[in-house]
Design a protein around this ligand. Structure first.
Ligand code: ATP
Length: 227
């Protein structure tokens, strides 16, 4: 399978702190990769570097073979909007907009007219188990439902890669399992790769591969068959 996203020799320093000390990682099409490791080991820095949010001090990031870490800020942010989707721990939905408009927002930012964007957004509601909730505002959704709306929003632009930073961090165990199952399966069905930071080994076990990070370096790999 083709490599969609790769980072080679990634180094990132914050003053005297070395957050990444030379990391190599490759993500293939439809691959799901979990990044695990102790607090402060560099997991979020690695995710943000691969996603073009943090610029590395050394090494390179390639999206389908093209170097992205040296793009100018405008081109890089356009690329992030079109080619990447993001899911965070919580609080990422706009409270004043109904769920379907939250999902439609990235499409509207890409110039899709509102009506079409909302129609396209609605298609994600059934696969994500959100049937009937399109008109609810985020405050009227449970934590798990809100995360599923956030997943729909990340997928709406049909990205190459979805990045998820502790997507189940604010959920109870049963809801976490439901959300990560949908995140991994719907992302794969859509043809996107998934890169996810998590503290939770049960959540990571839903991914195809786990990358263990310690002190800014890869300390090990594990492979799972999909749960
Ligand atoms: N913007 C920043 N400025 C200064 N230091 C930073 C910054 N971001 C991260 N660091 C430092 O870089 C190291 C790696 O941080 P990072 O957030 O990547 O770790 P993490 O594994 O995601 O941690 P956690 O699990 O606690 O979220 C830490 O020592 C952290 O304090």
């Amino acid at each position: 399978m083709d490599t969609v996203l790769a980072g080679y020799g990634l180094v990132k320093k914050y003053g005297s702190t070395t957050a990444l000390a030379g990391v190599d990682v490759e993500v293939r099409e439809r691959d799901s990769l979990a990044i695990m490791g102790p607090s402060g080991s560099g997991k979020s820095t690695l995710l943000h570097t691969l996603a073009g949010i943090v610029r590395p001090d050394g090494g390179e990031v390639l999206l389908r073979g093209e170097r992205i870490d040296r793009l100018g800020e405008n081109r890089l942010s356009a690329l992030r909007r079109k080619r990447f989707g993001f899911v965070f721990q919580s609080g990422q939905l706009l409270p004043e907009l109904p769920a379907e408009e939250n999902v439609a927002l990235p499409l509207m930012l890409e110039g899709v007219p509102r009506k079409q964007a909302v129609e396209r957004a609605r298609r994600w509601f059934v696969p994500l188990g959100l049937d009937g909730l399109a008109h609810r505002r985020p405050g009227q959704l449970s934590g798990g439902q809100a995360q599923r709306v956030a997943i729909a929003r990340a997928l709406a632009v049909e990205p190459d890669v979805v990045f998820a930073d502790e997507p189940t961090g604010a959920l109870d165990q049963a809801t976490s399992t439901e959300v990560v199952r949908l995140l991994t399966s719907v992302t794969r069905e859509q043809g996107a790769a998934l890169v996810m930071v998590t503290h939770d080994a049960d959540v990571a076990a839903h991914c195809d591969r786990i990358l263990h990070v310690r002190d800014g370096r890869i300390s090990g790999h594990s492979q799972y068959t999909v749960a």
